[in-house]
Design a protein around this ligand. Structure first.
Ligand SMILES: NC(=O)c1ccc[n+]([C@@H]2O[C@H](COP(=O)([O-])OP(=O)(O)OC[C@H]3O[C@@H](n4cnc5c(N)ncnc54)[C@H](O)[C@@H]3O)[C@@H](O)[C@H]2O)c1
Length: 251
């Protein structure tokens, strides 16, 4: 149990990837504070964690509001006595409200930046003083290959994730001397429901013959949190089945 006695905050812990990350860190022995916008989602995952013997704390918090994040992080520290890890997983591309930028609503543009960029920065800002004081910590931001490659109807989402990748590099330089690692994990397409033609879908979204699962992302986060990855900081690791690689050829 490599993470025994360690405490993690997972933002968006009630979501698809967040839940998988919570379970993976819990299996490695960590205690988990599940942050989510919806109390019900946080409660559901916390209950699942308790059922596998993990001590957990469900927290309803809107990460776009700094004061709430600050208060909730303080409560987590009071409850567990320490905070060792932060996984910034809350967010998403608002798939159903995507539009070309010249037609996109200002509200969606602001919301994408509020949650995916400012929300993650709020969590880092609130958690890092505890890590600096403890002289140790590990932060993983879930970003996206959209930030590397661009994608139609994703300008605001790409800007938010790209901003977070850029911030990660500067933060790694600042936090490194305090023995704190910070990295990004950039998924390609992670599907929640299996499509009818799985192989065709997999080949459209990767160079491999299988679909990326939430567990693929969670395994990578777990790797980043373990001593074996302790010399890695300031990096953005693509977990995309090779989708972001080079040119696809002329056919
Ligand atoms: N699913 C993919 O294909 C994919 C690909 C690349 C990157 N990502 C990234 O992975 C992360 C998780 O994605 P997912 O597919 O699990 O999405 P999801 O919608 O299942 O989970 C996101 C969670 O974040 C929570 N959340 C949203 N706004 C919040 C706020 N203001 N405060 C607190 N919590 C909030 C939601 O309630 C939800 O539980 C996101 O950051 C997303 O951008 C996903």
């Amino acid at each position: 149990m490599k993470l025994k006695e360690k405490v993690a905050i997972v933002s968006g812990g009630g979501g698809a990837i967040g839940r998988a990350v919570c379970l993976k860190l819990a299996e490695a022995g960590a205690k988990i504070a599940v942050f989510d916008l919806y109390q019900e989602s946080a409660d559901k995952v916390a209950k699942e964690l308790e059922s596998i013997g993990c001590s957990s704390l469900p927290c309803a918090v809107d990460i776009s509001q700094y004061e709430s994040v600050h208060e909730t992080v303080k409560q987590v520290h009071q409850h567990f006595g320490r905070i060792d890890m932060l996984v910034n997983c809350a967010g998403g591309s608002a798939r159903e409200r995507m539009a070309e930028f010249h037609e996109q609503s200002i509200d969606v543009i602001h919301e994408m930046l509020q949650v995916n960029l400012f929300g993650a920065l709020h969590c880092i800002r609130a958690v890092s003083p505890f890590m600096v004081e403890a002289k140790q910590g590990n932060i993983v931001n879930i970003t996206s290959i959209v930030a590397r490659c661009g994608a139609r109807k994703c300008a605001e989402y790409g800007a938010a994730k790209g901003g977070l990748i850029a911030a990660t590099k500067s933060l790694a330089i600042e936090l490194g001397p305090h023995n704190i690692n910070i990295n990004c994990v950039s998924p390609g397409r992670v599907e929640r429901t299996l499509p009818e033609d799985e192989l065709a879908f997999a080949q459209r979204h990767s160079v491999l013959n299988r679909i990326c699962t939430q567990d693929d992302i969670a395994e990578t986060v777990l790797f980043m949190m373990q001593p074996g990855a302790s010399y890695i900081t300031g990096q953005d690791l693509a977990v995309d089945g090779g989708r972001s690689l080079g040119l696809r050829g002329s056919h």
